[in-house]
Design a protein around this ligand. Sequence first.
Ligand SMILES: Nc1nc2c(ncn2[C@@H]2O[C@H](COP(=O)(O)OP(=O)(O)OP(=O)(O)O)[C@@H](O)[C@H]2O)c(=O)[nH]1
Ligand SMILES: [Mg+2]
Length: 323
Amino acid sequence: MQKINTAALFKGERRALAKAITMVESTKAEHRVLATQLLNQCLPHSGHSLRIGISGVPGVGKSTFIETFGLFLIGLGKKVGVLAVDPSSPLHGGSILGDKTRMERLSREERAFIRPSPAGRSLGGVANRTRETILVAESAGFDIILVETVGVGQSEYEVQSMTDLFLVLMQPGAGDELQGIKKGILELADFIVVNKADGEAARLAKQSEIHYKNAINFLNHQGFWKPEVLSISSLESKRIENLWARIQAYCDSGLEAIPARRTHQASMWFERLLSEGVTDLLRTDSNWLRNYESVKKAVSEGSIAAPQAASDCIKPLKDAMNN
Ligand SMILES: Nc1nc2c(ncn2[C@@H]2O[C@H](COP(=O)(O)OP(=O)(O)OP(=O)(O)O)[C@@H](O)[C@H]2O)c(=O)[nH]1
Ligand SMILES: [Mg+2]
């Protein structure tokens, strides 16, 4: 792989951007070194976007929403990047590219780019690549980054930990059951958006809106913003400008809190890479790995307690440092 033309990247040239992302996603050791250097160069040019996480159960209308909302933002003169953190990417057909038909117009826009989740990685691996891709895309002048995930589990926490604002799409349909979305996920939401508020479902959507407005009073949401509930139609592009106005209100009231959230996210990212890096390094030692496997087994069989197990694994490192 050739070196990335950073001048072209910072000018927003799409070819340079695509190459840079491919570099970041590569698992080859020499590419990781280059990608790390590239990220250092991107950093001073990044950080100027609004990063929006989008989640919701399959079929709720995420793709349709991203297409409509993305085109709306482009209409305002924005440059929109769409990324995905998809835990089931290979099975799901790399979700967001798989359904390019639903984002057909957006994918044709000069001021948009859509990138599926890199396949064949663990959720943590996908999330790390997405964090890096955000920085690269920002350095190319993309000012709204939409990060999509399917609302089925752990991936929401990942997406929330890399975005400024987390939006959960909901189906119309009132009722106490939270439509397969775990209550914990709603607690992450800054916006609960009832989609498909059109045609016959409009009345049901209104009921859901009221339902969630009541429900959020019982949520333990932390931070500067009380979550808001809205209804929209992605298909008919209804009340999208209202949603955008509320997102701007969110940004205005988060002038201090959002940068603080980013600082916190960056240090959490660092801490995680550090512990992963140390464990990966230790794994390269076959003696250590053997001991690790046997201790791990003992923990799962209940014959040794976790603190003792961890201490056993750390001991060789301690001894080496004391020498
Ligand atoms: N009536 C109506 N239908 C919608 C709306 N938004 C999406 N749909 C329909 O709902 C279905 C699912 O929409 P998608 O956008 O593919 O949903 P998704 O959340 O991306 O689904 P997955 O990719 O499978 O997770 C499609 O048939 C859409 O046309 C809406 O605002 N109103
Ligand atoms: Mg979709």
